[in-house]
Design a protein around this ligand. Structure first.
Ligand code: MN
Length: 322
């Protein structure tokens, strides 16, 4: 998906200043962002109080929306740099096209993982024949300096490892490792992402890593994570320093758990780009406008997205401030 803010703010991320070494329960509220004409997304990251969780740097939760009489998702070709995108669905399907020639329908609980490296362009749309409901999350992972100039790539993993726990816990490992189960998706920093379903009445403890920071967002129902009831539209930041995470649910619920080693490099995020300087972001914007570097997306019925204007103040990676 694209950041469709008409005036996207530049966000400076990374560094340890903001990382909480001890376990915390910090409840953050989503910002509602219009995506096209009919869809609202809940932007959970970056958030006023938090910019990254490990290398996770962007989380949009959308739906469930009834798109039976609508075209659904229609995101024209747009560029990315310096990040990976994770497409994750609970309902519906998304047709992905990109400038390395991929054409792939992503379905619920399948991983669509795009590594932009130095440059890629892609489009995402609901297929003409689509399910009634569209419900999912779009997430980005920042690439570390040593890997951010690699060649772009697309991965689709329809089979992901599952973890079952006592009392009605069923998890799908999206990226990284959870309780010994490892996702086939390529990662560049120590991180994890999982989709965790809790049947009504579940009371479980999930093993996690003390050196990772974690956050949770509810997709449906109302999961209780470390004693905090979490409805859709909020992000619960959990900090570091835990060996296990207490989970409960009174109703059938599903939430995403995202974690990783704190991301220490300073980065600048603007629109759909991550770079290390204002110059890099400006150059990427210029290259997209000129039709160079990012390649071409074939088959999408519509014009590519135009980059918004850059903010008047130069973007500086100067550490996290609140
Ligand atoms: Mn995108």
């Amino acid at each position: 998906m694209s950041n469709l803010d008409l005036r996207p703010a530049a966000t400076v991320c990374g560094g340890r200043e903001d990382v909480t070494a001890r376990p915390v329960r910090e409840l953050l509220t989503a910002k509602e962002v219009a995506l096209g004409e009919s869809t609202m997304v809940r932007r959970l990251l970056p958030n006023l109080g938090r910019r990254m969780v490990g290398a996770w740097c962007f989380i949009d939760h959308y739906g469930p929306d009834d798109i039976a009489q609508e075209p659904g998702m229609q995101v024209p070709p747009h560029p990315h740099m310096g990040l990976q995108t994770v497409s994750w669905l609970h309902d519906g399907e998304v047709l992905h096209r990109d400038s390395v020639g991929s054409l792939q329908t992503v379905r619920p609980r399948e991983l669509g993982l795009m590594t932009s490296g130095r440059a890629i362009a892609h489009s995402e749309e609901s297929p003409r024949e689509h399910a009634r409901l569209l419900h999912g999350a779009q997430l980005w992972v920042a690439l570390p300096d040593g890997d951010r100039h690699i060649a772009p790539a697309w991965e689709h993993h329809a089979e992901l490892p599952r973890v079952t726990g006592g009392g009605g816990l069923r998890a799908t490992v999206i990226l990284g490792e959870l309780d010994g189960a490892v996702s086939p998706g390529t990662t560049f920093t120590p991180l994890m992402g999982a989709d965790i379903a809790l049947a009504a009445g579940t009371d479980a403890r999930l093993p996690v890593r003390p050196d990772f920071e974690y956050a949770a967002l509810t997709m449906s129902g109302e999961a209780e994570v470390d004693g905090v009831r979490l409805a859709p539209g909020s992000l619960l930041y959990l900090g570091c320093g835990r060996a296990e995470l207490p989970l409960r649910a009174d109703v059938d619920s599903a939430f995403m758990l995202l974690g990783g080693e704190p991301f220490e490099e300073k980065i600048v995020m603007w629109w759909n780009f991550i770079g290390q300087s204002h110059e890099e972001i400006t150059q990427a914007r210029t290259d997209w406008a000129a039709g160079t570097r990012f390649g071409e997306v074939h088959g999408y019925d519509g014009a590519p997205l135009r980059a918004p204007e850059l903010p008047p103040v130069p973007l500086k990676p100067r550490g996290r401030t609140r």
